[in-house]
Design a protein around this ligand. Structure first.
Ligand code: DMJ
Length: 455
């Protein structure tokens, strides 16, 4: 039985315990709420279509647009990130319209530099999930062409990729990288190898992960910065937050998606070490400190919002109670502030970065927990996340980040992941859509569905 199949069995067992707990909570019309999510997606897509068609990211307050991941030139990032969400929601005309744009306009032969990691999870991943949705070979060909242009970044002595590559020349830059940008490839690149029969993508992804994992400390911890050229650590801080997060996520995912036991062994070693050295239980809550990766000494008690995904990962790896506890820690912050700040000091109980980057991690954790146990409390948590977002982040032309969570002052940027992640998590958790296999599926770190669409 594949790992994904085993998850179905675990979900069935955990679900037996769920109804009693669920009965104590308020009643919701989940399908009705799913309809509200879909309506918001359709409206935001309409605004993007009207004001920023083919641009990377809309500015939802002013109606302008910004570029990412290429400076000064648009690649259609949000459009590509949105595709599989549109399909999952049955917004088929919008999906076809988006695919037609990709066919006519997506061209990666650009003399400019992109982040290898961001381009891979968002654009290669977005094209692959759209391909999974409709089977159009053009989407796979575009994903492959782009991955071919990212591959030169992996030609280092260690196999860990440089952070930036020029899409036309293949010139690379910045060897001072981090675990997330080293280990964040296998689901997309393994899928690419499976679909094309070309092993180079999966091989490069595997080599990079191993190179980083092999350099873990005697405590089995990774620090947050590493040199791709020499393999030397450039920092001592171990964190589950930004620049490390996807490394741990993708160890589990390599096992879940491909059934590769090597990935599960690496995942278990890393997560056991994190639980032993970084877990901090205080005031009835579970948090994770940043610690020195060689001594385990606590360095600080500030957590990135990005780390909130870890609740779902802990549960997926078999630590269900810990995963639930960690998700509840973040839910309590959301209940207190309305929306999550970019950084929170759990010892002081105050936000230490006041911005809100319109991030999906808490909804991601709720979705993964719910897939496992079907406990209605995760649907309620996702509903709170959605309603808070609609209340505070909705602007004239879409959804925006916030400059300050205490005043709820809006900034003017809708990141590409908004289209790919939280809107999809809300939809899937509320809708019970027949287009998605709730037992056998896989969503990437960017929320791209690489397994589990039903036709
Ligand atoms: C997304 O691009 C991905 O989830 C990534 O792994 C980390 N953060 C953003 C969203 O916050």
């Amino acid at each position: 039985m594949s790992r994904v199949g085993r998850r179905g069995v675990v979900a069935g067992l955990l679900a037996l315990a769920a109804p009693a707990r669920a009965a104590r909570r308020r009643r919701e019309d989940w399908r009705g709420l799913a309809g509200e999510v879909r309506a918001e997606m359709a409206w935001a897509w309409g605004e993007y279509r009207r004001l920023a068609w083919g641009k990377d990211e809309i500015r939802p307050v002013s109606g302008g647009a910004s570029t990412f991941p290429l400076k000064g030139r648009h690649l259609g990032l949000s459009l590509i990130e949105a595709l599989d969400t549109l399909w999952a929601m049955g917004l088929d005309d919008a999906f076809r319209d988006g695919v037609a744009w990709v066919r006519a306009n997506a061209d990666w032969d650009v003399d400019g530099e992109v982040s290898v990691f961001e381009t891979s999870i968002r654009v290669v991943g977005g094209l692959l999930s759209a391909h999974h949705a409709c089977g159009d070979p053009m989407l796979l060909a575009k994903a492959r062409d782009l991955a071919d242009r990212l591959l030169p970044a992996f030609a280092t002595p260690t196999g860990m990729p440089c952070r930036y590559v020029n899409l036309h020349t293949g010139a690379v830059r910045d060897t001072a990288t981090n675990p997330a940008e080293v280990g964040g490839y296998l689901p997309e690149w393994g899928t690419l190898s499976r679909l094309t029969g070309d092993p180079r993508y999966a091989d490069a992804a595997r080599r990079a992960v191993r190179a980083c994992f092999e350099r873990r400390s005697r405590l089995d911890l990774l620090a947050v910065r590493i040199d791709a050229l020499t393999g030397a650590w450039l920092d001592r801080r171990a964190t589950i937050g930004s620049y490390a997060d996807s490394f741990y996520e993708y160890l589990w995912d390599g096992w879940q998606l491909f059934g590769d036991i090597e990935w599960k062994v690496m995942h278990d070693i890393c997560v056991n070490a994190i639980m032993r050295r970084q877990a901090d239980r205080r005031g009835g809550r579970l948090w994770f400190a940043d610690v020195d990766f060689e001594t385990g000494a606590v360095l600080n008690t500030r957590e990135d919002e990005l780390a909130a995904f870890f609740g779902g990962l802990l549960a997926q790896g078999g630590r269900h109670a810990d995963g639930a506890a960690y998700a509840q820690s973040w839910a309590a912050v959301q209940a207190r502030l309305g929306v999550l700040p970019e950084e929170w000091d759990y010892a002081a109980g105050v936000p230490t970065q006041l911005t809100n980057a319109l991030r999906p991690e808490l909804a991601d954790a709720a979705f993964n927990l719910w897939l496992l146990d079907r406990d209605e409390r995760w649907r309620h948590l996702a509903a709170d996340h959605f309603r808070a977002m609609r209340r505070w982040n909705r602007a004239a032309h879409g959804y925006t980040d916030l400059a300050d969570v205490t005043t709820k002052r809006q900034a003017d940027h809708c990141p590409g992941y908004w289209w790919s992640e939280q809107m999809k998590y809300y939809w899937l958790i509320f809708s019970d859509t027949p287009r998605f296999d709730y037992r056998r599926n896989y969503l990437s770190t960017e929320g791209n569905v690489l397994l589990g669409f039903r036709h």
